[in-house]
Design a protein around this ligand. Structure first.
Ligand code: PEP
Length: 254
């Protein structure tokens, strides 16, 4: 099918300037020339430039963890897409469950942010995922399908290629409880079928769908081997160079 794996590290609200630089330096040294996997680092906004300096000229891309949808204005504490581009970001995570859960982001806001990111040539990594309650009551497919459809309202077919979807079951994020490869594949296949119904089979086959939720060096290979799993969005394990390197290497085609 020819979809390259895409591994992104979401550092969340962790690291100091010194440890962020150190981590970026280690990753640049070990992964900076890896050709068969796409890789992005998403440090806290205040360290974007410092991390950029370490990874500039390597194959590592820079991503932000969130953004506002307006270009500028009276939005105290927010960071705009223009600012992210100015800091050399090429990617931005949108609609992470922590943003939805703790900062009240709903499907409509997530959609606005995606449209704004695309209009500034930022590649959004769009997160969807169900809670444990929703999974246990059999609503997973309905929940993620609805999130995906809302997220992509107004996204034109020619823009879709710049979008990555991240399936992140909330019950697996930061819990150490990883979805089984089969559970991940089931949902990814469903998400691809939703994309097919919206954009047609040809386009849906080129869109990458990452899995996120307690991915580590020792479970990455099984998940990444699934036909509809095109990479990983990694939280906790992306803060440890050796773990993140192992995850990336698990994504290198045999
Ligand atoms: C995440 O926050 O996107 C994530 C997947 O976290 P973790 O890998 O720690 O579960």
């Amino acid at each position: 099918m020819g979809r390259r794996k895409f591994i992104a590290g979401n550092w969340k609200m962790n690291t100091s300037r010194e440890s962020a630089v150190q981590l970026a330096r280690q990753l640049a040294a070990h992964l900076g020339r890896v050709e068969d996997v796409d890789i992005a680092l998403c440090p806290p906004a205040c360290y974007l430039l410092a991390v950029h300096e370490e990874i500039a000229g390597t194959r590592l891309a820079l991503g932000a963890q969130n953004m506002h949808h307006e270009k500028s204005g009276a939005f105290t504490g927010e960071v705009s897409p223009v600012m992210l581009c100015d800091c050399h970001c090429t990617h931005v995570i949108i609609g992470h469950s922590e943003r939805r859960q703790f900062f009240g982001e709903d499907d409509e806001l997530v959609n606005r942010k995606i449209i704004a990111a695309l209009s500034h040539n930022l590649n959004p990594i769009v997160c969807v995922g169900e809670s444990l309650d929703q999974r246990e009551s059999g609503k997973t497919m309905e929940v993620v399908g609805t999130q995906l459809r809302h997220a992509l309202v107004g996204v034109r077919p020619e823009q879709l290629r710049d979008v990555t979807i991240a399936y992140e079951p909330i019950w697996a994020i930061g819990t150490g409880r990883v979805a089984s490869p089969e559970q991940a594949e089931q949902v990814h296949a469903h998400l691809r079928s939703v994309l097919t119904s919206m954009y047609g089979a040809d386009l849906s086959m080129v869109i990458r769908i990452q899995y996120g939720g307690s991915v580590k060096g020792d479970n990455a290979a099984g998940i990444l081997a699934q036909p509809n799993v095109d990479g990983a969005l990694v939280g906790g394990a992306s803060l440890k160079a050796e773990e993140f390197i192992a995850i990336v290497l698990a994504g290198v085609p045999a």
